[in-house]
Design a protein around this ligand. Structure first.
Ligand SMILES: NC(=O)c1ccc[n+]([C@@H]2O[C@H](COP(=O)([O-])OP(=O)(O)OC[C@H]3O[C@@H](n4cnc5c(N)ncnc54)[C@H](OP(=O)(O)O)[C@@H]3O)[C@@H](O)[C@H]2O)c1
Length: 272
């Protein structure tokens, strides 16, 4: 989505994720530098962002909250209470739209801190930092269709976006949130397998990475079901079916299913 936004955007917390969003929102022309104001506790960090992107930087969170149309919270969850307390009451009812990417902070808590304001809880993942993210968004009770459209435009700048009811956020965390960790291990293990089969490490690492990337791209671009791709690459009595048999004997599918379920459960426990 490349609709240029008319209002101003405030970003509280110009760290890894705040900068990733800022960079792509500007690069895609969704916001112009003069429409964005960033607040970061670390003054040096703020100056760096101002220099790098030409945006306004302030240490005054109240100034941001009262002048922007959309306010993105991108601080660590541990400082949520402090940041929420530092924000004044809104400029007019329903403004600004609050978008939180703070892991584990539920809508209930966000809505208690920002009474009567539209609030969206978002869960991006680490590949968002290079524009290949997967973000799930859940809407609070005052959210209108235009707010959803706005947050879809914002997270669309760093990858794909889906909307889910908040009750599914723990499942999202267990799959796309924690998933980069699982896939990183899979890539490392494939590379180890290559070394075990006699490949030099650098070549094995390259083959493993490109195989995962290429397979994901092939499935995405063709829309092919993963089972169909698996069927296509398994010739009778061949090498791939021999490898798949070994994977099934090692409960590969069950391991991944359990990983997602266990991480989702852990997310639920942490949020309780
Ligand atoms: N990185 C990811 O892949 C990822 C994925 C999903 C969700 N998230 C969520 O995104 C949020 C940010 O993560 P991150 O990795 O970008 O963290 P980060 O790099 O530590 O960025 C947070 C920034 O906020 C600043 N800050 C702290 N208190 C502030 C305040 N009162 N006012 C203004 N700025 C303040 C911090 O400054 P100081 O360093 O001086 O404290 C820091 O620059 C987290 O809530 C996390 O759960 C991140």
């Amino acid at each position: 989505m490349d609709i240029q936004q008319s209002g101003k955007l405030g970003i509280i917390g110009g760290g890894v994720m705040g900068e990733a969003l800022l960079k792509r929102l500007l690069a895609q022309g969704i916001y112009l530098p003069e429409q964005v104001v960033v607040s970061d506790l670390d003054q040096e960090r703020g100056q760096l962002l101002a220099k790098r992107y030409g945006v306004k930087v302030t240490a005054d969170n109240v100034e941001i909250a009262t002048t922007v149309e959309t306010l993105l919270l991108a601080v660590k969850p541990q400082v949520f209470e402090v940041v929420a307390a530092s924000l004044s009451s809104p400029q007019k009812p329903g403004y600004p739209l609050i978008i939180s990417i703070l892991a584990g902070i539920p809508l209930k808590k966000l809505e208690a801190a920002f009474a009567d304001q539209p609030v969206i809880r978002a869960m991006p993942n680490t590949p968002a930092t290079i524009g290949a993210g997967m973000t799930a968004i859940a809407a609070g009770r005052w959210v209108k269709p235009e707010h959803l459209k706005q947050s879809q435009a914002i997270f669309g700048a760093v990858g794909e976006v889906v909307e889910v009811p908040e009750s599914l956020m723990d499942a999202v965390t267990g799959l796309s949130g924690s998933g980069p960790g699982y896939i990183a291990i899979a890539i490392e293990a494939l590379s180890d397998g290559g070394v075990a089969a006699g490949l030099p490490r650098a070549i094995a690492a390259k083959l493993a990475l490109q195989t995962v990337l290429g397979t994901a791209q092939l499935l995405q671009e063709t829309g092919m079901h993963p089972a169909e791709l698996k069927d296509r690459v398994t010739s009778p009595g061949g090498t791939t079916i021999a490898g798949i048999t070994a994977l099934e004997e090692s409960s590969f599918r069950a391991a991944l299913i359990n990983a997602v379920r266990t991480a989702s459960q852990r997310s639920k426990e942490l949020g309780a």
